[in-house]
Ligand binder design. Structure first.
Ligand code: CMC
Length: 424
């Protein structure tokens, strides 16, 4: 039965209620589309804590229960049993591939891993000390100047073509964004390797020496990619959707998503976790750092703790914490930063301040440590997140164009000066 919420005011048409929309699971949403047109008021929700910005069938997050589903499948099952490209197929098309579809999809992605040679020249325009994320924003944005053949966004085949092209090329771009900054030659993709191993060989291979991919490292990184592939309407995905709503091309939209992801409250957190651990420097300083994070007069926060949506635990953190421990055991690494991280986790989880505010370690707390353990340089952490999230961004961009509701255009509560005139 259709539900309505009652309003105390009656509109011009004599109505005083708004319809309630039901999803398949999760909280219902009050449909406020007619609020301004019929009642003359706006909905006010800065930070979007209570706003569903769209309908979406891709990813479901239940922050209270710590649930994350991609197309209905729990993240824990996907991380255990699938590869990143299978998850990409799931997010893009709605279903996991059967064995034939899997091979066909992997081949399709592998066909597009190379970059236009002219794009490589763009890299050399950057300073060597540029942050890889700055390079990625620039290069991905520039792609629309190269791939004109699939820019008709009214054509669903062209939309899918560019989505797959982005998933295929983003590891090549991310790896080159790193190798350029350390003065190494660009490596071409090797399509006989799987998606993640190929990224690793482009990162670490040299013309003078072959790089042998360690399956433990490749599988751990693939898991990180799966865990970061999508997360419903977060800041960067909403940025991609907002940009896409104006009809912007997919490369411009994904470049906007990369820029949004870069911030330390979002994708930049995994890099910030390592900075924090390095600054703490020694296990004996952990207590002081926790006290500083609790001080209301100090802006200092424990990076990798807390989440806007997860108020119980982050299910991605549970998966990655285990992967992190497995990898460290198998690689036999002994890293003082890890000791600091484990002590920090232990103290914070028992501290009233963190318990009361439901601040748990999030995915970035462990992904920073795991990425470090498998040899990914800190400056590339957020780029690795961007690489994985590209799949989510393009899936949302495709969905946006199926359910076109026109340009996204929020309103505001104006608090500036009322009308005034200049003195003559
Ligand atoms: N360390 C110390 N105190 C914190 C922290 C933290 N990491 N996070 C939140 N708080 C406190 C905050 O000071 C506030 O205290 P009070 O009620 O006394 O004013 C209370 O907890 C609520 O904080 P909030 O800012 O209203 O929470 P939010 O939902 O707006 O912020 C967050 C979520 C992730 C931005 C925030 O927890 C944070 O800055 N965490 C550190 C950065 C981080 O790890 N970001 C990665 C998020 S996961 C990756 C992703 O999905 O993008």
């Amino acid at each position: 039965m259709k539900r309505f919420v009652q309003l105390s005011e009656t509109n011009k048409k004599g109505r005083n209620c708004l319809p309630v929309l039901e999803g398949t699971i999760g909280p219902p949403a009050i449909d406020v589309k007619t609020l301004y047109g019929e009642y003359g008021v706006l909905a006010f929700d800065p930070g979007y804590r209570s706003t569903a910005s769209c309908r979406s069938a891709i990813t479901y997050v239940d922050g209270e229960e710590g649930i994350l589903l991609y197309r209905g499948y729990p993240i824990e099952e996907l991380a255990e049993n699938t590869s990143f490209l299978e998850v990409s197929h799931l997010l893009l098309f709605g279903e996991l591939p059967d064995p034939n579809e899997k091979v066909a999809f992997e081949r399709r992605v592998a066909n597009f891993t190379l970059l236009h040679e002219q794009i490589l020249k763009f890299f050399t325009g950057f300073r060597r000390d540029a942050h890889p994320m700055a390079i990625m924003v620039g290069i991905v944005g520039a792609m629309s100047a190269f791939y004109h053949d699939n820019l008709d966004i009214s054509d669903p085949d062209q939309r899918m073509f560019s989505a797959i092209r982005l998933i295929a090329k983003i590891p090549t771009i991310a790896a080159a964004s790193y190798t350029y900054t350390i003065g190494r030659p660009f490596r071409y993709p090797r399509n006989e390797l799987d998606y993640t191993s190929n990224f690793l060989q482009m990162m670490f291979g040299l013309p003078s020496e072959d790089y042998e991919v360690d399956p433990v490292v490749s599988s751990a990184l693939d898991k990180i990619f799966i865990l970061h592939a999508d997360h419903e309407q977060n800041a960067s995905t909403s940025t991609v959707r907002l940009a896409g709503s104006s009809g912007a091309n997919p490369y411009a939209c994904v470049a906007a998503g990369i820029a949004s992801l870069w911030g330390p409250s979002h994708g930049g957190a995994n890099e910030a976790v390592l900075d924090m651990l390095e600054a703490i420097g020694d296990v004996k300083n952990v207590g002081k750092a926790v006290d500083q994070a609790k001080d209301a007069d100090d802006d200092y926060r424990l990076m990798g703790f807390g989440h806007r949506v997860y108020k119980n635990f982050d299910p991605r953190a549970t998966v990655i914490q285990k992967a992190c421990k497995d990898v460290l055991d198998r690689l036999g690494l002994d890293d003082p930063l890890l000791e600091i991280a484990m002590r920090l986790e232990e103290i914070a989880l028992q501290d009233e301040y963190f318990i009361e505010r439901k601040l748990y370690p999030n995915v970035d707390f462990y992904s920073g440590i795991l990425l470090k353990a498998i040899g990914i340089p800190k400056s590339l952490f957020t780029a690795v997140f961007a690489l994985a999230r590209t799949t989510g961004w393009v899936s949302h961009w495709l969905e946006l164009h199926k359910d076109d509701h026109g340009i996204d255009r929020p309103r505001q509560l104006y608090v500036g000066s009322p009308l005034r005139h200049m003195k003559k």
